[in-house]
Each structure stands twice: as structure tokens, then as C-alpha cells.
Design a protein around this ligand. Structure first.
Ligand code: FEO
Length: 172
């Protein structure tokens, strides 16, 4: 069944929001690289890659359902991050907004009785639980660390281990 106009419009907006998310995390990665926190930079870079896979999953869905893809401008992101803690707090706030957007998409799917969209969106509902947990846990950890340079560098080492996996394909 061809995608309805309302859902097509909302998912197109979500593609843009996910690309914005990638852009946001890339700005954080860049800042961490500039101040030599290579592990943090890696974590945010992998996160940016993940966000692009989210965008592509929505994009492919619009076309698979016979819809029309649109390409509006992506909003500018800030580049004046002051600390990893500020970044993870902003990341957590951002992910909460994204969760609200995904929930809204699910509400549209339910109202429109669009079962195919609801089934696809279920993956994102589950994914958002992890997205919020990751950023809020790291923000909490950085609050505990406070001014300890040793703990910051140890965390940097840990975050250098994150590897990109396209979970939209593997389902992981
Ligand atoms: Fe695409 Fe961070 O959720």
C-alpha cells in the first residue's frame, strides 16, 4: 500500500532530523579531535555514522512505499562546545527530542492505520531507549569524574574502542 501524504511528509522531516543529528555529533567529534580527546572524538564520529544509517532507513522506506523524497536544508549546528560533559548533556537533551519525534510518527501510523510504518517505527522506538541511555550514562559519568584528568583520559581510552556497526542492517 502506497504511503499516505501525512506519513510521507513526517518521515521526510525525520530524514532531515536524523541528518541533523549526524551533523550535530560530527561537530562534537571535531571539537574533541581539536583538543586531542581522540577516544571521545571516535565515539561521536561513530554516533554520527549511526545517525546517517537512521536517515537512510527512513529515506529507503519512503521510496519503498512509493513516496516522494524531498531535500530541504539541514540546520546549522554549533561548533563552540566547551567540554565533553556539555556535549553529552546536549546529546541527551537532543535524543529526548528525537524520541518525541519518533513517538509522534508512531501516533500518526496508528491514527492512519498504517501498519507497515508502525512495524518499521517499532525498531526506532526500541533504538531510542538505547540512544537516551548511552548519552545520559556518559553525562552522569562525566559529572562524577569532575576535574579528574586521570579519569577523563581513562574514559577517553574506553570510548576509543567503540566501533561502527550498521544496526539498521544487522538488527543488533
Ligand atoms: Fe537517530 Fe540518535 O537517534
Amino acid at each position: 500500500m502506497k504511503i499516505g501524504n501525512k506519513m510521507e511528509e513526517a518521515i521526510n522531516k525525520q530524514v532531515n532530523a536524523e541528518i541533523y543529528s549526524a551533523y550535530l555529533y560530527l561537530s562534537m567529534s571535531a571539537k574533541c579531535t581539536e583538543v586531542n580527546l581522540k577516544g571521545f572524538a571516535n565515539w561521536f564520529y561513530v554516533q554520527a555514522q549511526e545517525e546517517m544509517t537512521h536517515a537512510m532507513k527512513f529515506y529507503r522506506f519512503v521510496l519503498e512505499r512509493g513516496g516522494h523524497a524531498i531535500f530541504p536544508a539541514v540546520e546549522k549546528v554549533r561548533d563552540d562546545w566547551k567540554s565533553p560533559l556539555e556535549m553529552f548533556e546536549a546529546a541527551y537533551a537532543h535524543e529526548q527530542k528525537v524520541t518525541a519525534m519518533i513517538n509522534n510518527l508512531m501516533d500518526i501510523a496508528i491514527t492512519e492505520k498504517d501498519h507497515a510504518s508502525a512495524s518499521m517505527l517499532k525498531w526506532f522506538i526500541d533504538e531510542q531507549v538505547e540512544e537516551e541511555a548511552n548519552s545520559s550514562e556518559l553525562a552522569d559519568k562525566l559529572k562524577l569524574i569532575g576535574d579528574s584528568k586521570d579519569a577523563l583520559f581513562m574514559t577517553d581510552k574506553e570510548l576509543s574502542l567503540r566501533v561502527f556497526v550498521d544496526s539498521t542492517v544487522t538488527g543488533a
